[in-house]
Design a protein around this ligand. Structure first.
Ligand SMILES: Nc1nc2c(ncn2[C@@H]2O[C@H](COP(=O)(O)OP(=O)(O)OP(=O)(O)O)[C@@H](O)[C@H]2O)c(=O)[nH]1
Ligand SMILES: C=C(OP(=O)(O)O)C(=O)O
Length: 211
């Protein structure tokens, strides 16, 4: 079972503001969420995706790609993750939580990371300071420590770091520079299409971008 938390679009990805015109910012956040959710649900090791969000636009979009939606308990990111993983999914199963800003995620890389995760384990972000994925086996509480410096916090809490050549998985998008990087890696169709429409990217020229 996998879980992705998503903030209200109007408040999300504040450090990314300015990468696209202000009124298109929520569309960019949503495009990245859709690409992330689509890649997660395409992984062979993933049976189900729960998106924890109170945003109705996000809820509708992720239901369209096959995710389930759970309400946000309203006590911040870690509370949302704990709720989705330990209460909605439940302790009896394997659970993995990912951030919703991984538009270059490759399903095969997620499969590889989840297969490598024995015990409570996490994947640091590309910078090495943050976390993009935390996984736990049955009966182990998630105990998430997301936020600034979360890689060190997860390590200190006893989780094992997973290091693989999973560039798209590790590349979260916090800033405009990260957006450039994911385009170079090959972002999902929604993100590429939006940036192409805005004239910000020549990266999407195939018919697939119309999707
Ligand atoms: N449901 C839920 N998701 C959250 C919350 N806070 C952050 N997230 C999500 O957690 C993931 C990682 O968070 P960040 O990378 O810090 O994203 P962010 O908070 O939108 O970004 P900044 O405003 O730039 O800090 C993203 O998918 C966010 O949408 C929260 O309180 N509730
Ligand atoms: C919440 C996190 O994401 P970021 O640091 O990208 O905001 C995290 O890495 O724990």
């Amino acid at each position: 079972m996998t879980v992705i938390p998503v903030k209200e679009l109007s408040a999300a990805k504040s450090r990314l503001r300015g990468a696209v015109p202000g009124q298109r910012h929520p569309e960019l956040v949503l495009a990245m969420v859709r690409d992330t959710a689509t890649a997660v649900l395409s992984a062979t090791t993933v049976a189900e995706l729960i998106v924890v969000t109170d945003d109705p636009v996000v809820a509708e979009a992720v239901r369209e790609v096959g995710a389930k939606v759970a309400p946000d308990p309203g006590a911040g990111l870690n509370a949302a993750l704990r709720f989705g993983a330990d209460e909605v999914a439940g302790l009896s199963t394997h659970r993995a939580v990912l951030t919703g800003d991984l538009p270059a995620l490759r399903p095969a890389d997620l499969d590889a990371a989840l297969r490598a995760a024995t015990g409570r384990a996490f994947v640091p972000d590309a910078a090495g300071t943050g976390t993009v994925l935390l996984a736990v086996p049955p009966r182990v509480p998630l105990d998430p420590r997301f936020g600034p410096g979360s890689a060190a916090a997860h390590r200190a809490s006893g989780a094992s770091p997973l290091t693989g050549d999973w560039l798209g998985l590790r590349q979260d998008v916090d800033t405009a520079a990260d957006l450039e990087t994911v385009l170079g890696l090959g972002a999902g169709v929604r993100t590429r299409s939006l940036l192409r429409d805005l004239g910000l990217s020549q990266a999407c020229t195939s018919a697939a971008c119309a999707g």
